[in-house]
Design a protein around this ligand. Structure first.
Ligand code: NAD
Ligand code: DAU
Length: 354
């Protein structure tokens, strides 16, 4: 079996659903269920013995020791993190605690478990760390995309905390020989993404007839990848990646934010026309994000060349599926917009519009 951390979040959910659709190998899912974790995402697996859910913190060494001894996983896929850049600007503490201290404690627990394994289990074991392209910093307009060799220049508390965890993972390989793999992925989108992030926030606000807040001039560029493609990349790296290596994962799909929002508005106009409402008219330019990275772009040649992975979804097909999913799952959307969510929207957006 494998142990997944953060499997009740956006990407972890897709990973688990995709994995169990293709394989009967059991998953132990360790998730703290922060505001971003939602067991409702995995409701179809409630009676499925191949999914063992454990609510807990990656930093809980006693729990980790117990889970590792009991289940003897052959691999760890480490998704758990605080993941929202704006939240890290308002309050970095949780990011330091989970992304750095929590990842360190997880690595310690895993190292103790791995060191007592017999060969060949010890050689075959893998620790796959799910990282981000943001650790490389920001690119100028005409600079080449990030390769795996790009220097680290994290600019937000979020990306700095992810960079720190990357360094720890690397050091555990270099010093102790732990067989680690690290992936650096670009911006994901798709079903189950919490509506604090750009794409689901724009869909939710548009459906409610609320303004669509564009930070700064809206010309910041991101490379968007459909979440299932990311999950396929992780499976491929787990299966065939070389321990100690890092792999970039991207969609070959750079777009300015404003273009993404225009596409969402136009698709909503087609899939969910609202009488007398032009969704584009809701677009509102607001104060920029502090330290906002201008451009991310991922060079994903290595994973294609060495492991044969390429995205299969185009942005046109992926964004249409995504919008349709949110239209079909308005109960899910209503459920995640709790009091805490409304407080966050107030905290992050009130001052910007002022
Ligand atoms: P998410 O915020 O949707 O989910 C994070 C999950 O981790 C939640 O289920 C949460 O409950 C859990 N969690 C948080 N702290 C925990 C702790 N201390 N112990 C156990 N569980 C905890 O995040 P996501 O968007 O699914 O991202 C998953 C991973 O992928 C993160 O490591 C993120 O840095 C990375 N990543 C995300 C993107 C993206 O575009 N979303 C792109 C590249 C990399
Ligand atoms: O690049 C990978 C990263 O992508 C992941 O590591 C992060 O976990 C993930 O959150 C994402 O980070 P971003 O900051 O790029 O994503 P976000 O959806 O928050 O914002 C995307 C862009 O849209 C960014 O330039 C900021 C802008 N934006 C965002 C929001 C929420 C707006 O203009 N308005 C908004 O209201």
């Amino acid at each position: 079996m494998i142990l997944v951390t953060g499997g009740a979040g956006f990407i972890g959910t897709s990973f688990i659903l995709d994995w169990l659709a293709k394989s009967d190998e059991t998953i132990v899912n360790l998730d703290k269920l922060t505001y971003a974790g939602n067991l409702q995402n995995l409701a179809v697996l409630a009676e499925d013995p191949r999914h063992i859910f454990v609510q807990g913190d990656i930093g809980d060494a006693a729990l980790l020791a117990q889970l590792l001894t009991k289940h003897q996983p052959r691999a760890i896929i480490h998704f758990a993190a605080e993941s929202h850049v704006d939240k890290s600007i308002h309050g970095p503490g949780d990011f330091i605690q989970t992304n750095i201290v929590g990842s360190f404690q997880l690595l310690e627990s895993v190292r103790a478990y791995w060191e007592q394994l017999e060969k060949p289990e010890r050689n075959n074991f893998r620790f796959l760390h799910v990282s981000t392209d943001e650790v490389f910093g920001s690119l100028a307009k005409d600079e080449p995309a990030f390769t795996e060799q790009h220097s680290y220049e994290p600019n937000s508390p979020y990306s700095a905390s992810k960079a720190s965890s990357d360094h720890l993972v690397r050091a555990y390989h270099h010093t102790y020989g732990l067989p680690v793999l690290t992936t650096h992925c670009s911006n994901n989108y798709g079903p189950y993404q919490f509506p604090e992030k750009l794409i689901p926030l724009m869909i939710v606000n548009a459906l409610a007839g609320k303004s669509l807040p564009i930070y700064g001039d809206g010309q910041q560029v991101r490379d968007w990848l459909y979440v299932d493609d990311h999950c396929r990349a992780i499976c491929r790296v787990l299966e065939a990646g070389t321990p100690g290596e890092t792999y970039n994962v991207g969609g070959w799909n750079e777009q300015p934010n404003i273009d993404i929002v225009h596409t969402i508005c136009d698709l909503l106009g087609e899939l969910h026309p609202a009488a007398s409402l032009d969704y584009r008219a809701l677009i509102t330019y607001v104060a920029d994000r502090a330290g906002h990275d201008r451009r991310y772009a991922v060079d994903a040649h290595k994973i294609e060349r060495e492991l044969g992975w390429r995205p299969v979804e185009t942005f046109a097909t992926g964004i249409r599926k995504t919008i349709q999913w949110y239209l079909d799952n308005q109960d899910w959307l209503n459920n995640v917009q709790s009091g805490a969510y409304r407080e966050w929207i107030e905290t992050n957006y009130h001052q910007r519009s002022v």
